[in-house]
Design a binder for this molecule. Structure first.
Ligand SMILES: [Mn+2]
Length: 305
């Protein structure tokens, strides 16, 4: 479930123009808390077990905000939501470097998110949206450390070239995606986590240029490919190389896995699971077929007349 206190809704009493959970007005903060609790209730009806909170809160000009007060107000608000969380639920605190605010963001990076998650308690985790970092951030290192701290809640998969987060996962930095999965495989194995269920796997992208369903198919393919490549890494050899300070050797091991074309393996695995060899091709074929049926239908109508 995702709450939304970053847009004013119709008939909403108070505005989030100057923030929601960070707001100087207790009434606005309470409205944001109440909304999150309402979202949890809807989630229970839907069978969900997690709430993702992303806040647009921050400031666009120096002096606009008292950073410490904004942090403490947000913590107090999150604590109220946390207290309303069912026992088997998790709360994910998502961070974002900038936008819509351009000077400060109250949950602006993984450090701030982790502070909240640690203070809230064991049901609170950090959520990593790949596109929410400053350019060139080392996301794989962030992932490794969050896993190490048992505070990695899950992902919003997408990609980014400059600043925004809505590009298709793997379309800009596929090597980075592979390196993230390499940390995931290693860290989850070390922690004994279930690869399929113990993290939240989400695709967070928005498309008006591509057919969103085609983009979803491409996204899933990119994720599966990065995962397969990460599974191919010879972790024992890599560990040996690291212990011997064999820098070139370590790089070779990673690039050997990354440069192996695993597309046929992923396609075969999909086929064996009862799905399509080429999902995008199949989807397009079906689109054409439906268009033809539609035309034939029109012809039938025309003939009938
Ligand atoms: Mn997101």
């Amino acid at each position: 479930m995702n709450s939304n206190t970053f847009q004013d809704q119709k008939d909403q009493k108070l505005s989030y123009k100057f923030g929601s959970m960070q707001h100087v007005d207790k009434g606005v903060r309470q409205q944001a808390v109440d909304h999150n609790i309402e979202v949890i209730k809807y989630g229970q009806e839907l069978g969900s077990t997690s709430l993702t909170v992303w806040l647009a809160d921050g400031s666009s000009f120096p002096g606009q905000l008292n950073f410490r007060n904004a942090f403490n107000n947000t913590l107090e608000s999150l604590q109220s939501v946390y207290d309303a969380l069912p026992d088997d639920w998790k709360i994910f605190v998502e961070y974002k470097a900038f936008e819509p605010n351009f000077y400060s963001t109250t949950v602006g990076d993984w450090g701030q998110s982790l502070l909240y998650a640690n203070k809230l308690g064991e049901k609170a985790y950090t959520l990593v949206d790949l596109g929410h970092h400053l350019p060139n951030a080392n996301i794989e290192q962030i992932v490794a450390l969050l896993l190490n701290e048992q505070k990695l809640g899950g992902f919003h998969f997408n990609d980014s070239k400059y600043g925004d987060d809505d590009l298709t996962v793997g379309s800009i930095k596929p090597y980075q995606l592979f390196l993230i999965f390499k940390e995931l495989v290693e860290g989850m194995d070390a922690r004994g986590l279930n690869h399929a269920t113990d993290l939240g796997w989400m695709i967070d992208a928005s498309h008006n240029i591509k057919d969103p369903l085609e983009d979803l198919l491409q996204s899933v393919e990119a994720i599966k490919l990065a995962y397969a490549q990460a599974l191919l890494v010879n972790s024992k050899a890599l560990n040996d190389a690291q212990l011997n300070n064999d820098v070139a050797g370590a790089q070779e091991i990673l690039q050997d896995a990354y440069r192996t074309d695993l597309r046929p393996v992923v396609a075969e695995a999909r086929l064996r699971a009862g799905a399509a060899l080429n999902p995008l091709g199949l989807y397009r074929e079906q689109q054409i077929r439906q268009q033809l049926i539609g035309k034939r239908g029109e012809q039938t109508v025309a003939t009938g007349l």
